[in-house]
Ligand binder design. Structure first.
Ligand code: COI
Length: 392
C-alpha cells in the first residue's frame, strides 16, 4: 500500500506554518508528493492498487496494446505553457471532430521503456532524449511542447503508478507512449489553437512475431518513406500510416519488415518502417547518416556509443544498397525493436544472407544495451532513471 507518512513535505509541513510559501515550496520539490497530488485530483490514493504484478500472462507478451491503469494528460493553448498534468484511468479522450490532429495530422509521438531489474528496481531508459526529440519535432510541426522536465516527470509518474504492469525481469518492458497532438479545432490549414500532451503505457514483449529470431527484410522499390525537406527525421504520426501499404504487402509475402531506399537516387539505405538499420563489415559498423529523412533513434544513438566502447569503428554515412552484398551482419535498432539481427534482405528478387547468432557484433551490442537497460550492467553513462519505489 502507498505510505504517505514519511515524506519530505510532511516533515516540513509539520514544522512550517501550513500554506506558507516555504511549505508550498517543500511540497513542490517532493516529487512523489506531486504525484500523489495529481492522483488525488482524479482519484483517492486508495484507488491506486499497489499489487506487485498485474494479472497477465507474462510469458506471452507480444507488442499489442494491454493498457496499464493510468494515463497522464495536460493541455495548453498556442504560445502558452502546458498546465500541470493530471493522472486518470486509461480510457477514451474527447476530441473535437475538427481537432488539428484529426484533420491535418498535427501530432508527434515518442516511445520509451521501463524495465524491472532483478532486485525489483524500475529503470526508465533515457526519457530526457525522448523529451528533446519531441521538442525538436514540435518545432518542425508548429506545436508548443512540454518542457524537458515536465516530459520526464510525466514519464516517471506513469512508470510509478503503473508499476504493477512492468513485466518481471527478462519478460519484457513497460512501453511508455507520450503523444503531443493538436487538439484544438481548425478548418483552414493552420496550427491548432490548443494542444494535448498525453502519456499512456502498455506492457510489451518482442516487437516482431519472430521473437528474437533473425528478421527477413524486403527492400521496397515502389514506395519511399521520406523525402528531402519533408518530416522524415521527426517522429510525426504522419510518417507511419504511409508505410502501411508496403509493410502489409511485405508481411503477406512472409517478410518481417520493409527497408526503404532514399527517394532521390533510390540507391542509399534509409531505414526500416519501425526502426533504424546498421551494417557490419569486419570491425566497421555503419549506419545511414541522419540528414532529415532518417529518424534520429535513441537506441541508434546508444548503440553507436556502445559500439565505440567495444572498439568498433562507427561510420554514419551514405550506404549504397550494393554494400549489402559484402556485409557480414545487418541489424536493426529501435525502442520497440531493441536490437534485432537481420538474417536476410531481399532486393530485386535476390536474397542476401547475413551472419547471426553466437559471436556476432549484434549479439555483443545487444547484451550490453539490454544489460544497461535492465540494471544487469552498471550504468556508467547515466542513461537510466530509477523510479522511486513507492509514494512515501
Ligand atoms: C518505437 O520503437 O518506439 C517506435 O516508435 C516504433 C513503432 C513502430 C512501434
Amino acid at each position: 500500500m502507498i505510505q504517505t507518512s514519511a515524506c519530505l513535505r510532511n516533515l516540513l509541513t509539520q514544522s512550517l506554518h501550513p500554506g506558507s510559501s516555504l511549505s508550498k515550496l517543500a511540497a513542490y520539490f517532493c516529487y512523489t508528493c506531486r504525484l500523489a497530488s495529481s492522483l488525488q485530483q482524479e482519484h483517492k490514493l486508495s484507488d491506486y492498487s499497489d499489487n506487485e504484478y498485474a494479472d497477465l500472462d507474462w510469458d506471452n507478451l507480444g507488442f499489442g496494446i494491454t493498457p496499464a491503469d493510468y494515463m497522464y494528460i495536460t493541455k495548453c493553448s498556442k504560445d502558452k505553457n502546458f498546465e500541470q498534468g493530471k493522472l486518470s484511468r486509461y480510457g477514451n479522450i474527447g476530441l473535437s471532430p475538427s481537432a488539428g490532429v484529426l484533420n491535418y495530422g498535427q501530432g508527434l509521438y515518442e516511445g520509451t521503456k521501463a524495465y524491472r531489474t532483478e532486485e525489483g528496481r524500475i529503470l526508465v531508459f533515457r526519457p530526457d532524449q525522448n523529451a528533446m526529440r519531441m521538442k525538436m519535432g514540435a518545432e518542425r510541426m508548429c506545436m508548443p511542447s512540454p518542457s524537458i522536465d515536465q516530459f520526464v516527470d510525466a514519464v516517471k509518474q506513469i512508470a510509478l503508478v503503473n508499476k504493477r504492469w512492468v513485466p518481471p525481469p527478462g519478460k519484457g518492458a513497460l512501453y511508455i507512449r507520450p503523444l503531443l497532438v493538436g487538439s484544438g479545432p481548425v478548418l483552414g490549414l493552420a496550427p491548432a489553437p490548443e494542444y494535448m500532451f498525453l502519456v499512456y503505457a502498455s506492457p510489451v514483449g518482442n516487437y516482431f512475431k519472430e521473437g528474437s529470431a533473425p528478421l527477413n527484410l524486403y527492400i521496397e522499390e515502389d514506395f519511399v518513406r521520406a523525402t528531402p525537406g519533408g518530416a522524415g527525421g521527426v517522429k510525426t504520426i504522419g510518417n507511419y500510416a504511409p508505410v502501411l501499404k508496403a509493410l502489409t504487402r511485405a508481411k503477406n509475402r512472409g517478410f518481417s519488415d520493409v527497408l526503404y531506399l532514399d527517394s532521390v537516387h533510390r540507391k542509399y539505405l534509409e531505414e526500416v518502417s519501425s526502426c533504424n538499420i546498421f551494417i557490419v563489415k569486419g570491425n566497421v559498423i555503419s549506419t545511414p547518416a541522419t540528414n532529415g529523412t532518417i529518424l534520429e533513434g535513441i537506441t541508434r544513438k546508444s548503440v553507436i556509443d556502445i559500439a565505440h566502447d567495444h572498439g568498433y569503428q562507427v561510420e554514419e554515412r551514405l550506404i549504397p544498397v550494393d554494400e549489402l552484398i559484402d556485409a557480414d551482419e545487418v541489424f536493426c535498432t529501435g525502442t520497440a525493436v531493441v536490437l534485432a539481427p537481420v538474417g536476410s534482405i531481399t532486393y530485386k528478387n535476390r536474397r542476401i544472407e547475413f551472419r547471426t547468432g553466437a559471436g556476432s557484433a549484434c549479439q555483443e551490442l545487444y547484451s550490453t544495451l539490454v544489460g544497461i537497460q535492465t540494471g544487469l550492467i552498471e550504468d556508467k553513462k547515466g542513461w537510466t532513471i530509477e523510479i522511486p519505489h513507492q509514494i512515501n
